[in-house]
Ligand binder design. Sequence first.
Ligand code: PMP
Length: 384
Amino acid sequence: MEREKLLMTPGPTMVPTRVLQAMSKQIIHHRTKEFSEIFKNLSQNIKKVFHTENPVITLASSGTGAMESSIVNLFNPGDKILVASIGVFGDRYATIAERFGLKVDNLKITWGECVDPQLIKEKLEQNKDDQYRGVIVTHNETSTGVVNDVEEIGSILKQYEEVLFIVDAVSSMGGAKILTDEWGIDVVVTGSQKALMTPPGLAFASVSKKAMEAVEKSTLPKYYWDYKDAVNRLGKENPDTPYTPAVSLIIGANVAVNMLLEEGLENIYQRHNKLALATREAVKALGLELVTKEECASPLITSIKAPEGVDIEEVRKIMNVKYDIMIAGGQKHLKGKIFRIGHMGYVDKFDLMRTIAALEYSLLEKGYNMELGQGLAAAQKILV
Ligand code: PMP
């Protein structure tokens, strides 16, 4: 039977029909009052999702573009920064910064673990005489399903006023609580295609006053990414963007962000926490092992070790081809060793139950020794 694929991946994620319908209308011109109203609404509401009073810029790019934008806007060639990398996306931030001639101290944490904020404090203390200009942390490391304590890191960084704090929240903004201003974050970047329930192609970056001061002084070359023009235009009576925006995506994101506010941010955070707990309990009930300790486990994506003797890539294939459900495999050296279930964005308990049921059938088909229904029952009890 032909069915719509259910994406239980860490992006792109499912898009609500209301968002799709809004995007399917005839294009409107971006230098009109009509578009400006929509863009103004999105720009104001996305600030609520970020929990910030500062401007949030909308970029026509994926999340990586926003990561690059933060580097070229805030720094100068040769600046020393600290990246606390806990996986693929922390390493990517370090690579981007290196490409632009920054001196990057990559505090590499074992994959599957979160960073101990005290390690960051130690690094800052050790470098007191030649302090880092910035610290970069991934909030939700999608490659391992680990969440960092950004609040605690932020409270440490408040004692180092000259240091800029940048957070990659590409896979968490809108699904987990990030108090941008309260936690002292200067730039938070995210993408449209994950917890924000919008198709891929848009990115957002919040910019604090301290960050804007750094932008004024930054000498790295930039044109398309320049925050100055973007922020100025956001402040206009009828806001617009410096260049042609991704009009349809902005229209879609506006509807999606309205939906988030309608559901209520606290309710959304709780929904994700519950889905994550149900996923963990389900896989444990099936005798599977989690990649990370529960205290570092992400509310948006769960990483699970592939069971001994079972080809997990084959399991994923069965889920996709036979049951129309896509989950993710491992990245880099974790390929074939782990699999990841995304439960971010437009996901409800029945999506998750369907996923667990399909996982059980697929594991059984590939010879995993288990009793059908145990994972599902564990999940169902939590999702009541
Ligand atoms: N950071 C994190 C934490 C991510 O999950 C991703 C996407 N998987 C990115 C950065 C990169 O975003 P994009 O693929 O949208 O460029």
